[in-house]
Design a protein around this ligand. Structure first.
Ligand code: FAD
Length: 414
């Protein structure tokens, strides 16, 4: 049986970054997954490191609500059968979507967000993976007054938080991205945001660096986690492994391990889809662009132009229903000359989300030596390495670089 100091359950971008941070601090670490590193949610994102300043929000106006309810918006979809279970979460999401709460969330997230690019850059550099990083920002596009409704408040908050933004008319957006058609009225360039051209390759590079530093990568079902002789143990394909400390970084699957231990956190999933398209002719896209009104991103990837969808509220394990993708492709095709799809079917993943748009990073309540790094929602790629720094500092008794209190699981416990 292998004895380690710490085991990390889940080898997505979050767990792999944590394992790497822990091994760099001299711990003997096992990284455990039932699949290869980065092959689940962390495979399929839009590759954006950073974001705008407001978190995702529930429609506040009646029109927006009706469009969502009647499935008239491409930005969101839902399965009727999942609504009763997801309703309490949706109500909490709605409560967190007032202008005041959104601004408060942006402020609470700022210490993490301010370091996201630097933390990735450090790991990319030591992993020999800088070739995937682009420092060109991303662009949010606005087609209508409705899409711009919240923009002045958001730009004012960005200025207050020291987040750089540049407003552009369609002509000057096209100086940055010459192949975008002027179907929008305005664009905002967020120059300090970064992106990667292959999220899977990035997680794999961090996993390879972890292994090169002596970390163990093991295959196991994390649901085998249990206490044995005062330590945490899982049963891997190579036998049992135990550790003083264990980290749950299972993304949308975290409840499968936490609920049997009596830890019931209000984690929901926003499912999302992507599909790659060839570029038509000599068309190029330098950086990710977001069509805010229609809720999709177009991101240049090694595999092609990746079209990613907005949120689908459904049971995590229900079969894919990629109708949003069918509606989005022609809308995205008006903006950028998309060619043929690369794959026969869209990919689907599940963003693990708390309604207050903050992850849980810290101790598992009532479980000595158990840690949580879950619920990174729309920002797991962005936040993986900075989450890793914060939790590794807490686990090794160093002073955390920021106050971890806003990310504690206790905020959900009465
Ligand atoms: C369409 C879409 C676009 C997105 N775009 C962006 C973006 O541009 N920028 C951004 O920052 N974020 C984006 N995200 C969000 C981001 O991808 C996620 O927040 C992030 O990948 C979550 O990472 P994770 O490590 O927590 O989870 P995961 O990557 O899902 O990792 C969890 C791991 O746990 C393993 N696991 C699960 N159950 C078990 C078990 N029983 N036993 C063993 N192992 C198990 C899985 O195999 C998996 O490897 C996007 C998401 C989607 C869906």
């Amino acid at each position: 049986m292998a004895r380690t100091d710490a085991m990390v359950l889940g080898a997505g971008i979050v767990g792999t970054s944590i394992a790497l941070h822990l091994v760099r601090r001299g711990l003997h670490v096992a990284l455990v997954d039932r699949r290869g590193p980065g092959e689940e949610t962390s495979y399929g994102n839009a590759g954006v490191i950073g974001t705008t300043v407001y978190p995702a929000s529930f429609p506040r106006d009646l029109g927006g609500l009706l469009r969502a309810a009647l499935k008239r918006t491409t930005a969101a979809n839902y399965h009727v059968g999942a609504l009763p279970r997801v309703l309490p979460w949706l109500l909490a999401f709605r409560a967190a979507s007032t202008p005041q709460r959104r601004a408060e969330t942006a402020r609470l997230m700022r210490p993490l967000m301010a370091r996201t690019v630097a933390e990735h850059e450090a790991l990319l550099a030591e992993s020999g993976a800088m070739r995937y990083l682009r420092r060109d920002g991303f662009i949010t596009l606005y087609r209508s007054d409705r899409a711009m409704a919240d923009l002045s408040g958001e730009l004012a908050l960005a200025a207050d938080l020291g987040v750089a933004t540049r407003r552009h008319d369609p002509q000057s957006v096209r100086e940055l991205e010459p192949h975008l058609a002027p179907v929008f009225r305005m664009g905002v360039h967020w120059p300090d945001v970064a992106s990667v051209s292959n999220p899977l390759a990035v997680t794999r590079a961090y996993a390879a660096r972890f292994a090169a530093l002596g970390g163990l990568t093991l295959e196991a079902d994390a649901r085998s986690l249990h206490r044995a002789t005062g330590r945490w143990r899982v049963d891997t394909t190579e036998g049992p492994v135990d550790a003083e400390q264990a980290v749950i970084a299972l993304g949308p699957w975290a409840p499968d391990v936490l609920a049997p231990r009596g830890i019931r956190l209000p984690l929901a999933v926003k499912r999302g889809y992507h599909r790659h398209f060839a570029r038509r002719g000599n068309a190029t896209l330098v950086r990710p662009v977001i069509d805010t009104e229609n809720g999709y991103a177009l991101a240049p990837m090694e595999q092609g132009i990746r079209l990613t969808s907005g949120a689908e509220f459904a049971e995590r394990d229900a079969p894919p229903t990629p109708m949003q993708m069918g509606r989005l492709a022609p809308i995205a095709g008006e903006l950028f000359p998309l060619g043929e799809p690369v794959e026969p079917e869209p990919w689907m993943g599940s963003r693990p989300c708390f309604a207050d748009s903050r992850p849980v990073i810290g101790r598992a309540p009532g479980q000595p030596g158990l840690w949580l790094a879950i619920g990174h929602g729309h920002l797991g790629l962005t936040l993986g390495p900075v989450t890793a720094r914060l939790i590794a500092e807490m686990m090794t008794g160093s002073t955390p670089f920021c106050d971890p209190a806003p990310f504690a699981a206790e905020r959900f416990l009465d």
